[in-house]
Design a protein around this ligand. Structure first.
Ligand SMILES: [Ca+2]
Ligand SMILES: [Ca+2]
Length: 271
């Protein structure tokens, strides 16, 4: 039996047994989000996938994975400069080992952190890591934060969002390999930790030429209804003329009319 047929049979048997069949990646649309720890709406037009401790356990200690309410949905975009990865994480127990510990280690994994496992085909896997409080980018083989990677974290009402930008030299149609892993610490002491996802880059993601549609800025037209009784009309009189010639002309005309009127009356009385 050929290798492809064997893999297909394994997938079918897993599905028949009710076991989760892992996603194999997806197509990544072109689009430029804002790297700020907030999920841009344009991410939702591109591929995403969700993991949780029950279906994707890697390392669970001090707890039962079934008792952990957590999940992480990973979104993807790309442009000519960066591959953008935004991980929206449900975590009801956001804790940290502290900035001093994170800054004193090459790579902090036993914490609330989001890990990106990333590789070009045929290349070593790169690990980029950011903690839930955005303290510092770490990773391996050597990630110091000076390699051009960008990571921003924003807390939410249900957990946090970790958004990354990875500089690249890919082109349309290229494939990168990837997986998200989330390390969810439930408390600092005693040590309770649920790591879920994958500590490798098994999934294939293809870079599409198709671009997302950007939202059109909404123009808000506010209609204000006014009670006619509240309307006050102010009439500004025209400026008084200051032309002495015109004023004198009118005054002279009135005076002349008055004199002629008196003359007529005088003439009538004489008759
Ligand atoms: Ca964003
Ligand atoms: Ca946690």
């Amino acid at each position: 039996m050929k290798k492809a047929s064997i893999i297909l049979c394994v997938i079918i048997l897993l599905a028949m047994a009710g076991l989760p069949v892992q996603a194999f990646g997806g197509d990544v649309m072109k689009g430029t989000p804002t790297v700020d720890g907030v999920l841009d709406d344009i991410y939702k037009q591109s591929f995403s996938y969700t993991i949780n401790p029950q279906d994707n356990p890697v390392y669970i200690t001090g707890i039962d994975a079934a008792d952990v309410t957590a999940s992480a949905t990973t979104y993807f975009l790309w442009d000519d400069n960066y591959i953008y990865i935004c991980v929206d994480i449900v975590d009801t127990s956001i804790v940290t080992v502290g900035a001093d510990v994170i800054n004193g280690q090459d790579y902090t994994w036993d914490n609330d952190v989001t890990e990106l496992w990333f590789a070009a085909p045929g290349s070593d896997v790169l690990l980029i890591n950011i903690d839930a409080f955005n303290t510092r980018i770490t990773g391996s083989p050597t990630v110091t934060g000076d390699e051009g990677y960008i990571a921003k974290v924003g807390l939410t009402s249900y957990g946090y969002i970790a958004e990354f930008a990875i500089p690249h030299f890919f082109k349309v149609g290229d494939i990168f390999l990837f997986s998200t892993q989330v390390n969810n610490m439930l408390s600092v002491d005693p040590h309770q930790l649920a790591c879920y996802g994958a500590q490798r880059a098994p999934y294939e993601f293809k870079l599409l030429a198709t671009e997302v549609t950007y939202p059109v800025p909404e123009i808000i037209e506010e209609v204000v209804e006014i009670d006619p009784g509240e309307i006050t009309v102010t009439v500004t009189p025209p400026p008084a003329t200051t032309s002495p010639q015109t004023a004198d002309a009118v005054s002279v005309a009135i005076l002349m009319l008055g004199l002629s009127g008196l003359a007529v009356l005088g003439n009538k009385r004489k008759k």
